[in-house]
Design a protein around this ligand. Structure first.
Ligand code: NAI
Ligand code: MG
Length: 331
């Protein structure tokens, strides 16, 4: 099987190189084709998203991506290559599992998966001036809600998750969020999973105060953006947070963090988020057993006290990766 690997900018290449080494030893039959994207790609080729990369993505079921740096100076013609990919491949669900891996990492004992709508909601980018201010258009369609909820139901089944919670604000946004809530109950009825719904403000509090009552959350774009950063911070920070942007043809796996220019090139980046994203990719490709082996090795590496600086340790990317390879070999 062939997949794309897009290291990107900053710490992207550092954590992706660690993740590639972490996969190679468990799935040596996977063909990984490297492609270019981001600010470095622009400097090398004149394009933030070279045509060759797009062609490759049209040809593979999955891609592993690091991070890219947004241009600092304002350029009116700049379009984020990530947003372009999301649109072109209709990556409609952003899925972020958040789990605290060790008792001394993070603050809250979380184990949730957040399934976030990725194409509309507050992120239509349509704003217009009105007298004295600006109006922003927010869009919620039945079709987007249906396929999002269906995807969340499938995820619960595949991963043996028991409860699906719809997170919304339909007490205020009665029609738009009301539609989302209505579709949620329509599509989950008779599916054999426990369902409930929560207002987004209550969900933000519950992540801190009742984390064990939350299992899988399905929610609209802006709520999911905010809740998933909150959850990631509670469970140990960006260095541990994997994600996938999922469409029907392509799934793009990536650590939640950005290119971290403040530590780039120093060999300090925590590779766990990228490694966990790589494990998610294997599971998506039907290699669940190999994915579990990777995850057990990552946890084993952490449980033996190996930590990068963001988690209070002294290891760099290379040191952590070497420790992982040793633990994997001993499993
Ligand atoms: P960031 O996630 O790159 O960094 C935030 C803070 O977390 C920094 O202090 C960084 O050192 C630390 N951090 C992040 N990942 C880490 C890791 N694996 N190990 C240890 N520490 C880590 O977010 P920031 O600084 O807001 O953005 C930097 C650049 O990344 C910007 O150009 C931004 O546009 C871009 N970005 C790209 C994303 C993507 O490609 N998906 C997502 C978010 C930001
Ligand atoms: Mg965000």
């Amino acid at each position: 099987m062939r997949v794309a690997v897009i290291p990107g900018d900053g710490i992207g290449p550092e954590v992706i190189s660690a993740a590639v080494r972490a996969i190679e030893v468990v799935a040596d039959d996977l063909e990984m084709v490297t492609a270019d994207m981001g600010l470095g790609a622009f400097q090398r080729t004149g394009s933030y998203l070279p045509e060759r990369t797009l062609e490759l993505l049209r040809d593979v079921p999955a891609a592993l991506f690091g991070a890219i740096t947004s241009p600092l100076s304002y350029d009116a013609s700049y379009r984020s290559p990530l947003l372009r990919i999301r649109k072109e491949f209709d990556l409609y669900a952003n899925i972020r599992p958040v789990r605290r891996l060790q008792p001394d990492i993070g603050m809250v004992d979380l184990d949730v998966i957040i399934v976030r709508e990725n194409t509309e909601g507050m992120y239509t980018g349509v704003e217009r001036d009105i007298d004295g201010g600006v109006v922003t258009e927010r869009k919620v369609t039945r079709r987007a809600c249906e396929r999002l909820v269906d995807r969340a139901v499938r995820l619960c089944r595949e991963q043996g998750r028991k409860r699906l919670t719809c997170v919304h604000k339909s007490n205020v946004l009665r029609r738009s969020d009301g539609l989302f809530r209505e579709v949620f109950y329509e599509r989950t009825e008779g599916q054999g999973i426990e369902t409930n719904d929560m207002l987004v403000d209550a969900a933000a509090a519950a992540l801190v105060s009742k984390p064990r009552e939350l299992d899988v959350l399905v929610t609209l774009n802006l709520y999911g953006d905010i809740l998933s950063d909150e959850a990631a911070a509670l469970a140990g920070g960006l260095g541990f947070a994997p994600s996938v942007n999922m469409g029907d043809k392509l799934a793009l796996f990536e650590p939640t963090h950005g290119s971290a220019p403040d530590i780039a090139g120093k060999g300090l980046a925590n590779p766990v988020a990228a490694m966990l994203s790589a494990a998610m990719m294997l599971r998506h490709l039907g290699m669940g057993e190999k994915a579990s082996r990777m995850e057990r090795a990552i946890e084993g590496t952490l449980s033996r006290g190996n930590r990068t600086a963001d988690a209070g340790g002294r290891l760099g990317t290379e040191g952590f990766t070497t420790a992982y390879l040793e633990v994997l070999g001993s499993l």
